[in-house]
Design a protein around this ligand. Structure first.
Ligand SMILES: C[S@@+](CC[C@H](N)C(=O)[O-])C[C@H]1O[C@@H](n2cnc3c(N)ncnc32)[C@H](O)[C@@H]1O
Length: 249
């Protein structure tokens, strides 16, 4: 049984289930975009379009939640017959949520990963020829400090909104994230808020649009230049909104 005092399962518009958090009063995914669809179009597809030709790809999945971003990454890897070794690291504060995921009703696309889902729910670690996955039960802010500089190729920034979880959107937080990303690394997020983009921009990221069919525009941030994406003109946005400040700790 997945539903408990703090979480309930909710059907989203692409037919996949997400959950609602009573503690944060937010859904884990956009119910309108759909849980699986949102994960693919806002995180996995744009990140892998940029990174997929590498032998080894290090991914930081902030935060594990229901595990859609990690599982959709495995799905993308199999579907596209990639040969890259993926190392996925994902912090999650809510240990009871992770333990309950063995009972979550995942979409049929994740059926082939049911042993991985079970193992991550029970032991928080999984390893095979192509995938090394670690779920860390604890605070993401502490967790990200343990990595060496320039480790990550991809960061999925998928925390609850700044309104309820500001600590994972501040300038100081993104400064820690910037240090552990490679020069050519990309960060994907559903957030298009100017405060989020400013916090990234002031840490040296270029800000790009992630636009596509049937989903709300999202954001890609990269420390290097992306030639195929539309750059957000941050100096212009700042001059039009001189009083806006990034979130701070
Ligand atoms: C929007 S959900 C993540 C959804 C997830 N990416 C998925 O695909 O299912 C945000 C998650 O952040 C977790 N969280 C909140 N604060 C945290 C923190 N300081 N460290 C780690 N996890 C945190 C919440 O428990 C929640 O599961």
């Amino acid at each position: 049984m997945f539903d408990d005092k703090l979480h309930s399962m909710v059907l989203s518009d692409d037919g996949s289930y997400t959950a609602y958090s009573k503690e944060y009063d937010e859904h884990y995914h956009s119910t309108k975009d759909g849980a699986l669809y949102e994960s693919l179009v806002k995180h996995i597809n744009p990140a892998f379009e940029i990174q997929q030709n590498k032998d080894e790809i290090n991914i930081l999945d902030i935060c594990y939640g229901l595990g859609f971003n990690t599982l959709a990454t495995l799905y993308y890897h199999k579907k596209n017959n990639l040969k890259s070794k993926l190392n996925i690291y994902s912090p999650e504060l809510d240990s009871s949520l992770v333990h309950s995921l063995k009972d979550f009703k995942y979409p049929s696309e994740f059926e082939e990963f049911k042993d991985i889902i079970l193992q991550l729910s029970e032991t928080q670690i999984y390893d095979d020829e192509f995938f090394h996955i670690e779920v860390f039960l604890g605070d993401a802010r502490e967790y990200i400090k343990k990595f060496d500089e320039s480790k990550f190729d991809i960061v999925y920034q998928d925390a609850f909104s700044p309104k309820v979880n500001k600590i994972l959107w501040t300038k100081e937080y993104f400064s820690d994230i910037e240090k552990i990303m490679k020069k050519g690394g990309v960060l994907t997020t559903y957030s298009t808020a100017l405060q989020t983009r400013l916090a990234l921009y002031e840490n040296g990221f270029n800000i790009y649009l992630n636009k596509g069919d049937n989903f709300r525009t999202a954001t890609i941030a990269s420390k290097s230049e992306l030639l195929k994406h539309t750059l957000v003109d941050m100096p212009h946005k700042i001059s039009c909104n001189p009083d806006v400040e990034p979130f701070r700790d």
